[in-house]
Ligand binder design. Structure first.
Ligand code: GAR
Length: 203
C-alpha cells in the first residue's frame, strides 16, 4: 500500500484517475496529500473537496519550496510521490529525499518529445510536426532533470492522418489514465527493482 503525495498544476484528470483506481481497488494506495504550484488549479479544488490535505506553493517563496514540501508531505506520512501534470521542476532536496520513490507521467514516448518547455499541447504539436506515426504516454522515475529518469511503463497510440494537437492529446490522455494507476500498482506490490539506474519489473 502506497501513501501517495500527488503534485498537480492544472486540470487534474490524472489525479482523478488515480483516485478512481484506488476507489475501485485496482490500486493499493491512499492519497495522503496534494501539492500544487497554483492556488487556482482545479486539481487542488478536487482534492480539497475529497477531504485530502492540500498545499499551494503559489505564495511560498521559491527558496522555501523544498522545506515547505518536505514538511507538509512528512506531516501527512507520504512515502511515494506521483507527479500528475506538475509543471515545475522538483527541488533537488525533494528528489534526493524521494529517490526511486517518485514518478511522473509524460504525454509522449520519452526520451523523445520531453525536456524543459515540453508540456501540454506543445508536446502533441511537436509530435505531429515531426511526422511521427506513433505517440503514447510514459511513466518514469523522477531525477533532477525534466522527463529524464528511467522508464517504468509506456503505451503507444497511433497518430492519425488529420490529427490536431487536441485530438492526439485526447487519445494519449486515455492511455495516461490507464497506465498511471497500473504503474503505481507495480510499486505498491514492490515489483519494481532499480539496478544501476535500470528498471526491472518482477513478474
Ligand atoms: C497530462 O497530459 C500530463 O501527461 C501532462 O500534463 C497533462 C496534465 O493533465 N504532463 C506533462 O506534460 C509533464 N511534462 P491533467 O492535469 O488532466 O492530469
Amino acid at each position: 500500500m502506497l501513501r501517495l503525495a500527488v503534485f498537480v498544476s492544472g486540470r487534474g484528470s490524472n489525479l482523478r484517475s488515480i483516485h478512481k483506481a484506488i476507489r475501485e481497488r485496482r490500486l493499493s494506495a491512499e492519497i495522503v496529500s496534494v501539492i500544487s504550484n497554483r492556488d487556482d488549479a482545479p486539481a487542488l479544488a478536487f482534492a480539497a473537496a475529497e477531504g485530502i490535505p492540500v498545499l499551494s506553493l503559489e505564495r511560498v517563496p521559491i527558496d522555501e519550496h523544498a522545506r515547505a514540501v518536505l514538511e507538509f508531505i512528512g506531516a501527512n506520512g507520504a512515502d511515494f510521490i506521483a507527479l500528475a501534470g506538475y509543471m515545475k521542476l522538483i527541488p533537488a532536496e525533494v528528489v534526493a529525499a524521494f529517490r526511486h520513490r517518485m514518478v511522473n507521467i509524460h504525454p509522449a514516448l520519452l526520451p523523445d518529445f520531453g525536456g524543459k518547455g515540453m508540456y501540454g499541447h506543445r508536446v502533441h504539436e511537436a509530435v505531429i510536426a515531426s511526422g511521427a506515426t506513433v505517440s503514447g504516454a510514459t511513466v518514469h522515475l523522477v531525477d533532477e532533470e525534466y522527463d529524464r529518469g528511467p522508464i517504468v511503463m509506456q503505451r503507444t497510440v497511433t497518430v492519425e492522418d488529420g490529427d490536431t494537437p487536441e485530438t492526439l492529446a485526447a487519445r494519449v490522455l486515455q492511455v495516461e489514465h490507464a497506465i498511471y494507476p497500473e504503474a503505481l500498482q507495480l510499486f505498491a506490490e514492490r515489483r519494481v527493482d532499480i539496478i544501476d539506474n535500470t528498471i526491472i519489473i518482477r513478474s
